[in-house]
Ligand binder design. Structure first.
Ligand SMILES: Cc1cc2nc3c(=O)[nH]c(=O)nc-3n(C[C@H](O)[C@H](O)[C@H](O)COP(=O)(O)OP(=O)(O)OC[C@H]3O[C@@H](n4cnc5c(N)ncnc54)[C@H](O)[C@@H]3O)c2cc1C
Length: 399
């Protein structure tokens, strides 16, 4: 993780999608029977129920796994493959805001769309998923990269408390709440990125963000926009990104089965009422064929993206992450290598691929370090980031 902290660009080869293997799928009738039976198991609608389940499984020495939003579509990422019990958090879907509106308690059965919908009438939001379909627990326990991240850091840096059932900490399965200052502060620290290794979380206490509405949306660039032009804009944004942390982008290169050339687009975000914020100018100035960038709640935005994501249901996915410093030559090499690689397997059936070139400015890491409870467990060292300020970043141009 120290390496990650030194870098200013997280390049994500987002998703290779393949149809599921037919032999993995049980016949429809038996699947329906199974679902019917499972729907009758309602003992996990409370933290106490989950705690009872965990302590019983530990006592019986039975393998188990836990699934939250079930959003991680990599085979084996959130199931037990028939060799034990799968605990589903679906019914642990409580949502409760504090009287001062500063904290919202969120059960692990929620997705971010549920959280954004609940907070909208209070004129609040949360440092959460960039798309609403993502589940809350897996996202927060993995760190969580949010549109609000350049301003507020990792999503997990904005957790005030974790309520957990932890066989690793308490073999009797009792439930405890870990905060930055109580006797479970070490567990609190470990959960901000530690995945499911330490505990099963039954409730997240999240600090809310006072942003009822934000500017957010997608933009698709005209076919006349070349890879070189697009990467120039990504680089330009990267140089300025630390100057205004209210902005965030996900620049995308997509190349799918049936295409002969890549297409370029971007998710754009600004935490403020400004339709043309200066940091986003590089992207807003490129010729576009469509744009949904508009002032609205994160809930409304989630409805737009979730419809598209549902089309991906049933596909297998793979992610690869490559952190690199902000360097125009490196961007070109990554882009060209990606296109060459996709062209090589272009005859292999139905697939969708995307290269997300995300600038991560120094402010992301400095905000994360300010989190209560021992700073950033990912040990980031923002002073080594090439985008630690536009002055310094300009000096790296062309290297
Ligand atoms: C299209 C897409 C967009 C994405 N966008 C983003 C993004 O913007 N930012 C970002 O940071 N990530 C993003 N992700 C990754 C996402 O954060 C992970 O997939 C995350 O795991 C989803 O959370 P989930 O609850 O749905 O996880 P699940 O698939 O349910 O589980 C993932 C892991 O969390 C564990 N887990 C689940 N519930 C609990 C619990 N209650 N206690 C302990 N462990 C538990 C599981 O055992 C498993 O190991 C994206 C993924 C996809 C496919």
């Amino acid at each position: 993780m120290t390496l990650l902290a030194q870098l200013s660009l997280a390049v994500v080869l987002l998703a290779f999608l393949f149809p599921p293997l037919q032999q993995d799928s049980p016949p429809q009738a038996s699947m329906q029977h199974l679902l019917q039976r499972l729907s009758q198991c309602d003992f996990l609608s409370s933290g106490a129920g989950l705690s009872f389940a965990v302590s019983t499984l530990v006592r019986l020495d039975t393998l188990f796994a836990v699934v939250g939003g079930g959003h991680m579509p990599i085979p084996g990422a959130n199931n037990i493959n028939g060799s034990g019990v799968l605990i589903a958090c679906k019914r642990l879907n409580q949502l409760r805001i504090s009287p001062d509106l500063g904290t919202v308690h969120v059960g692990p059965g929620n997705r971010w769309v549920d959280v954004y919908r609940y907070l909208a009438p209070y004129n609040r939001s949360a440092v959460g998923g960039r798309v609403g379909h993502v589940g809350v627990p897996g996202y927060l326990l993995g760190g969580g990269v949010s549109f609000f991240g350049n301003e507020y850091g990792w999503a997990s840096a904005n957790v005030a408390s974790f309520t957990v059932s932890s066989p690793a900490v308490l073999a009797n399965g009792s439930i405890v709440t870990a905060t930055p200052t109580n006797e479970y502060s070490d567990l609190f620290w470990a959960l901000r990125g530690g995945g499911n290794s330490f505990a099963l979380v039954t409730d997240f206490g999240l600090r809310t963000v006072p942003s009822g509405k934000v500017y957010v949306g997608t933009t698709t660039f005209d076919a006349s926009v070349s890879g070189t032009q697009f990467l120039d804009k990504v680089y330009e944004y990267g140089l300025r990104a630390a100057d205004d942390p209210k902005a965030a982008v996900i620049p995308l290169v997509e190349f799918s089965s049936g295409s002969t050339t890549p297409s370029y687009s971007a998710y754009l975000f600004y935490n403020g009422e400004n339709a043309a914020p200066e940091p986003l100018e590089p992207f807003l100035s490129l010729p576009q064929t469509s744009r949904t960038f508009s002032y609205r709640t994160m809930y409304d935005w989630s409805l737009e993206t979730d419809t598209e994501l549902l089309l991906l249901t049933g596909f297998r996915q793979r992610f690869w992450v490559l952190p690199v410093g902000l360097n125009r030559t490196a961007l070109q090499i990554i882009h060209d290598t990606y296109i060459d690689s996709v062209r090589q397997f272009s005859s292999s059936g139905i697939y969708l691929t995307a290269l997300a070139v995300m600038p991560v400015p120094r402010t992301f890491f400095t905000a994360s370090q300010k989190a209560p409870g021992g700073g950033d467990p990912k040990a980031s060292t923002p002073h080594k980031s090439p985008t630690s300020g536009s002055k310094k970043a300009s000096a790296t141009r062309g290297h």
